[in-house]
Design a protein around this ligand. Structure first.
Ligand code: GNR
Ligand code: NI
Length: 169
């Protein structure tokens, strides 16, 4: 197992569009383990492969307090989103120490493959709906700061560049 390096905004690699996984094999399962370890160590409630510079459609999520309820989504597809939208204060491991409000559909249905390559569907609301949409955006090369004003985005990019240069993150 290994803790992987997380890319930080405005790294252009965060805008790479992930490709579908062709087969859920042992290599993918090993990668999922490393992604889970990286998410737990960070700590975060979710991680998309894009954030660790692997451009395949893989997401791990764990919303539990005990950190023992790992959920894996491979090749996730949005099959339904509610008309109703909700604002949530979002953060991102690729945008350390910044939090801001994002408006998204309040509920979604997502179809994906699990760790055994078996298809399943979930109906998510609350934080799960926010998190799965946030992670699916990563796979499309989108970071949550792209929902904010260009002024805010530029400020965040500037501050993070400075921190990276100083070796703080
Ligand atoms: O750890 C995380 N917390 C979080 C809080 C509100 C909305 C979304 C998230 S996801 C984030 C981990 C992360 O960056 N996943 O891509
Ligand atoms: Ni994120």
């Amino acid at each position: 197992m290994a803790v992987l390096h997380i890319l930080h905004y405005p790294d252009p690699r965060l805008h790479t569009v992930a490709k579908p996984v062709s087969e859920v094999n042992e290599k993918i399962r090993a990668l999922v383990k490393d992604m889970a370890q990286t998410m737990y160590e960070a700590p975060g409630i979710g991680l998309a492969a894009t954030q660790v510079n692997i451009h395949q459609q893989i997401i791990v999520i764990d919303l539990s307090d005990e950190r023992d309820q790992l959920q894996v989504f491979i090749n996730p597809k949005l099959v339904w989103a509610s008309e109703e939208k909700k604002v949530w204060q979002e953060g991102c491991l690729s945008v350390p120490d910044f939090y801001d409000e994002v408006l998204r559909p309040a509920e979604v249905k997502v179809q994906a493959l699990d760790i055994d390559g078996k298809e399943f569907e979930i109906h998510a609301d609350g934080l799960m709906a926010v998190c799965i949409q946030h992670e699916m955006d990563h796979l499309k090369g989108k970071v949550f700061v792209e929902y904010l004003s260009s002024l805010k985005r530029m400020r965040i990019a500037g501050k993070l560049k400075k921190k990276t240069k100083a070796g703080v993150i």
